[in-house]
Design a protein around this ligand. Structure first.
Ligand SMILES: NC(=O)C1=CN([C@@H]2O[C@H](COP(=O)(O)OP(=O)(O)OC[C@H]3O[C@@H](n4cnc5c(N)ncnc54)[C@H](OP(=O)(O)O)[C@@H]3O)[C@@H](O)[C@H]2O)[C@@H](O)CC1
Ligand SMILES: [K+]
Length: 493
């Protein structure tokens, strides 16, 4: 797990490192500048003629210092200062003065075809409002330049909190960021503007959070260590019973995909509840699964049998479906995953969620969230983490808000998933996630941990499938075959 910080958290971290631990700000700045200079010179960029565009804050200070280091290394470098002298930060003023003392080449405009590489140090995490005027013009010129662009800390104009473009933003080929990755670098559209992001250690550690830890983070392969344990002395009963309430007429694939995914993450037994007409096809595709049909759901055993249930993929919203969903909410004591049509059924009557007896994980995509919360898609997309966290908090559930960057929250923490590919934007992907998640819950994982890991595994399976088949040709069913490989690699992590 690695932290994702917002601007306030990063600035607090900088301040504590400087004021409470006593590391001089200019030392941090020198290390930041060395990181930028090393990155410019690592061979990926043409350094025939480099331009550093520096603002008046400490981000500009990093830029001046990096320019000076590049000059020391005999790179032909020009410096462009943008901003007001009178509002310069103390460190930026010192760094600019050093550049002047060395007689470095200061220019006042950009010839877009002159430079082979541009260092963007206009704004960093201190961006406080929309970009306009000469700053905007400059950013547009940088974006037209033929040379590659390296952003210092974050592309100028991108909000470190949300990834939003604040009027205009530099589109970088690489972003060299310091200490911790910023939320705005992983959320869209910010992620598109960062290019490749490199997190550089400049001497700011987690100690500088001083107990006030950031809310947001992302998982890495090492987090696979919390997968349910396998034991030599065990049987299928040891690894849980997953029930998938899924599929209606003409929608049997959802039941199959979710069912197989549950098995593929190690569940002992999987049962599929579906429409009678799906019986033959589901049993042919997945003979390992037990099968029952909606007609027998009233039996009390239906609710006692599973150790986790996933309800909704291809379930439909027609006659009798709301009643089935209500029965599960009212009677089931095992964790429930509510997806797709279960969420559509809940739209406009989300209060029903409060009548549940068991822990609930909801897995809406943005369209489903729009219907669930009754707020426009645009508003949700502007703040995926906040929307996800608020829903989870309000209903006391775990919320998995699915998008290019799926966000998972328990109402307090926010996990942003960084695995996955656009090849997963294909019918049935969500059903596979429901199966993975239900399977992990069935094996006894705690719901928040299961939700985070399920999304990570799902995205990793997508990456493997897209490597094997390409992002265009892969199908949701191809994710199933990759799940075992993801788990195997995780075991060795
Ligand atoms: N602290 C440290 O020691 C370390 C910090 N580090 C580096 O410092 C960066 C943070 O520095 P920072 O806090 O000085 O803010 P920064 O991003 O330079 O921007 C502030 C300037 O921009 C201006 N401004 C803002 N928005 C604007 C707009 N829309 N349009 C126009 N102007 C606008 C604002 O002007 P003002 O609002 O005062 O008018 C002010 O002048 C961080 O990203 C990292 O690179 C590293 O070296 C490690 C050590
Ligand atoms: K920048």
């Amino acid at each position: 797990m690695k932290y994702l910080v917002n601007a306030r958290e990063m600035q607090r971290c900088d301040r504590i490192t400087i004021e409470e631990y006593g590391v001089p700000g200019l030392v941090l700045m020198e290390r930041a500048a060395l990181a930028v200079a090393d990155s410019v010179m690592d061979g990926e960029f043409c350094t025939d003629k480099v331009l550093a565009v520096c603002g008046s804050g400490n981000n500009g200070g990093d830029g001046f210092a990096a320019a000076r280091i590049l000059m020391e290394r005999n790179v032909e470098i020009a410096v462009l200062f943008v901003g007001k002298e009178e509002s310069m930060s103390e460190a930026a003023r010192i760094q600019k003065k050093i550049c002047e003392n060395y007689g470095m080449n200061f220019v006042s405009n950009i010839d877009v075809h002159e430079y082979t590489c541009i260092v963007d140090a206009i704004f960093g995490v201190g961006l406080s409002r929309k970009v306009a005027g000469e700053y905007r013009t400059l950013i547009e010129q940088i974006n037209q330049a033929s040379g590659k662009v390296i952003a210092v800390d974050i592309p100028s104009g991108i909000s470190a909190d949300s990834g939003r473009v604040m009027g205009a933003a530099v589109c970088a080929d690489r972003t060299v960021t310091f200490g911790f990755a910023k939320l705005g670098q992983v959320l869209y559209p910010g992620a598109l503007y960062c290019g490749e992001t490199v997190v550089w250690d400049i001497g700011i550690t987690e100690k500088s959070f001083r107990g006030e830890l950031p809310r947001a983070y992302y998982l890495g392969r090492e987090d696979m260590r919390c997968l349910p344990r396998r034991m030599r002395y065990s049987n299928k009963g040891t690894y849980g019973k997953a029930l998938l309430v899924a599929g209606q007429k003409n929608m049997c694939g959802a039941a199959y995909l979710a069912g197989e995914a549950a098995y593929r993450v190690g569940t002992g037994l999987v049962k599929i509840f579906t429409e009678e007409c799906n019986r033959v096809i589901v049993q042919e595709r997945l003979p390992e699964a037990l099968l029952s049909t909606y007609e027998v759901l009233e039996e009390e055993n239906s609710f006692r049998w599973p150790t986790a249930a996933g309800i909704g993929p291809g379930f439909g919203t027609g006659e009798g479906k709301w009643e089935i969903l209500c029965l599960f909410l009212e009677r089931c004591v095992c964790p429930l995953v509510l997806d797709a049509d279960a969420l559509n059924l809940l739209s406009g009557r989300t209060e029903k969620l409060r009548e549940r007896r068991a822990p609930v994980v909801v897995t809406p995509h943005v369209g489903e969230m729009e219907r669930l919360m009754g707020i426009p898609k645009k508003t949700i997309l502007e703040d995926l983490p906040g929307t996800c966290r608020r829903f989870a908090e309000e209903y006391g559930v775990i919320c998995v808000l699915k998008d290019t960057r799926t966000v998972i929250s328990d109402g307090r923490e926010i996990c942003v998933n960084l695995t996955g590919t656009d090849g997963m934007a294909t019918g049935g992907s969500g059903d596979v996630l429901t199966g993975i998640l239900t399977g992990l819950l069935a094996q006894g994982m705690e719901p928040f941990a299961a939700a985070k890991l399920a999304v990570w595994i799902h995205g990793s399976a997508g990456e493997l499938a897209s490597k094997r088949l390409g992002r265009r040709g892969m199908l949701a069913g191809d994710l199933l075959k990759e799940i075992p490989t993801v788990l195997l690699e995780g075991e060795n992590a």
